[in-house]
Design a protein around this ligand. Structure first.
Ligand code: FAD
Length: 448
């Protein structure tokens, strides 16, 4: 695509996540042409991915298409494609859409490509322990989770059945805690009475973390409360336990306890560690910018790339003042970048530092139980759960999505059932992984 015939200021935004989308919206009434490029066609509300994986919500509930979100923003075009190259000298992006390659010229660039799962130098773990970063991850996990109960139902050998009914979650940050809580609710409540040969409530949910605590970023009182709540629900928590190996049948850990050194489990979920998008390395090579340990780009105080005031790096890809990789940092840094571009167009070239306003942290444990910390206020239990619910519904992008999520939650709360348990033949990887795992477990002829 060649946009060089336009005479307006051209802003290219790479990534339609929290940072990129909120930057684009902030430019709605600016005298600029905006091009938003994403390799997916949707904006993903990552905090609720685990609810898609566990059958509470559908993919569409948390992932409205970028075209629909921005349909009436006349100065903005959406491009589906992966940015594979950035030429800072000629101010051009190279975009790959399947086998089609094109170029986009910019005057200002906002790079908001986020982060992916880190397996701490063991990318091979990903095959057996998917992470939770994309809709594909969520649907694959859904296939594995519901598939595990199906396989357990068909399994005559008690130890193999136990292996199908053991779920290991690696990483006890908010995501790991939330998914562990959901697995308990799914097995103890939603699947009650659905099977004839197994009792899903017998499922063993194991939460592992190498650090000495769960929810490392939360205040101590809430961490303790979270531990107690999870243990009350029946989640087995093992802290200071580092995963050393992952294979189709289980995980190996550094524990000296023989029961934990190897945990037999067909379903493993990786919720530990993040690694910045590879575009961080591209920018660092092009501009000699420093990267931090997670591969995030060290930016100036106004979120610009050192030596390139026309390039902003925001959100999870940005390394600035040890700000955490959370949605509010992405949203606020996206708005800051957009505001800076607007001011420059109005003739004000002064550089203003990005100031982050911390709105607090939240995590749900289960139905009616959550934790919330806002400034010096700490709330746990039902009040925190109501707060969590209100904040998440309000933060979802799009009125229809809010309505749909609220409706599905209400039905799930009242009935205890989940509406989104469909696993389709399109979820090929999950199906193949399950087939391979089952074949490796026992010969076909002995299965009932
Ligand atoms: C499971 C999970 C739960 C979370 N829960 C919370 C929570 O409860 N509260 C909270 O505050 N934060 C939470 N976070 C963190 C929060 O979602 C991130 O901090 C936030 O999404 C970062 O926004 P971003 O715009 O930087 O990146 P993202 O939202 O990750 O968006 C990046 C976008 O860039 C696109 N992209 C990547 N590479 C390319 C490329 N080369 N070309 C084109 N497009 C590209 C991607 O498709 C994606 O759309 C959670 C994250 C996860 C994974």
């Amino acid at each position: 695509m060649n946009t060089s015939i336009t005479c307006r200021h051209r802003v290219a935004i790479v990534g339609g996540g929290f940072g990129g989308l909120f930057a684009a919206k902030r430019l709605a009434r600016a005298d600029v042409d905006v091009t938003l490029i994403d390799r997916t066609n949707h904006h993903l509300f990552q905090p609720l991915i685990y609810q898609v994986a566990t059958g509470l919500l559908s993919a569409g509930d948390i992932a409205p298409t970028l075209r629909e979100v921005l349909w009436n923003q006349r100065n903005t075009s959406v491009v589906l494609g992966e940015v594979v190259g950035i030429d800072l000298g000629s101010r051009r992006l190279t975009v790959q859409t399947l086998d089609h390659r094109s170029e986009i010229v910019y005057d200002s660039l906002i790079v908001a490509t986020g982060a992916s799962q880190s397996y701490f130098g063991h990318p091979e773990f990903a095959h057996h322990a998917p992470g939770m970063k994309t809709i594909d991850d969520a649907l694959e996990l859904r296939g594995r989770i519901f598939g595990a109960f199906e396989m357990a139902e068909r399994e005559p050998d008690p130890s193999a059945r136990e292996r199908w009914l053991t779920f290991v979650v690696v990483g006890a940050g908010p995501t790991g805690v939330e998914v562990a809580g959901q697995l308990v609710e799914l097995s103890r409540h939603s699947l009650r009475g659905n099977f004839r040969r197994i009792d899903p409530a017998q499922a063993r949910i194991v939460l592992l973390d190498g650090s000495p605590t769960i929810l490392g970023t939360f205040p101590d009182s809430l961490r303790q409360r979270g531990m107690r709540d999870l243990q009350d629900l029946g989640v087995e928590i093992h802290l200071g336990t580092v995963v050393k190996g992952v294979d189709e049948h289980g995980v190996e850990t550094n524990s000296t306890n023989p029961r934990l050194r190897r945990i037999e489990a067909m379903t493993k979920i990786w919720a530990a560690g993040v690694e910045a998008s590879p575009l961080g390395r591209v920018l660092s090579d092009a501009a000699a910018a420093e990267l931090d340990r997670a591969g995030r780009v060290k930016v100036e105080r106004d979120c610009t790339l050192p030596g390139h005031p026309e390039v902003f790096v925001i959100g999870d890809l940005m390394s600035l003042a040890e700000l955490p990789g959370v949605a509010q940092v992405a949203i606020q840094s996206g708005r800051h970048a957009a505001d800076t571009i607007r001011r420059r167009i109005a003739g004000d070239n002064t550089s203003r530092p990005f100031r982050y306003r911390d709105l607090g942290s939240m995590a749900t444990i289960s139905l009616f139980r959550a934790l919330a910390a806002m400034g010096s206020v700490r709330v746990a239990g039902f009040a925190a759960w109501v707060l969590w619910l209100v904040v998440h519904v309000a933060a979802l992008v799009g009125f229809r999505n809010r309505l749909s999520v609220l409706f599905k939650w209400t039905v799930a709360f009242l009935s205890g059932r989940r509406a989104e348990r469909v696993v389709t033949t399109q979820q090929v990887f999950a199906r193949h992984a399950m087939t391979a795992q089952a074949a490796a477990t026992r010969p076909e002829a002995t299965r009932v």
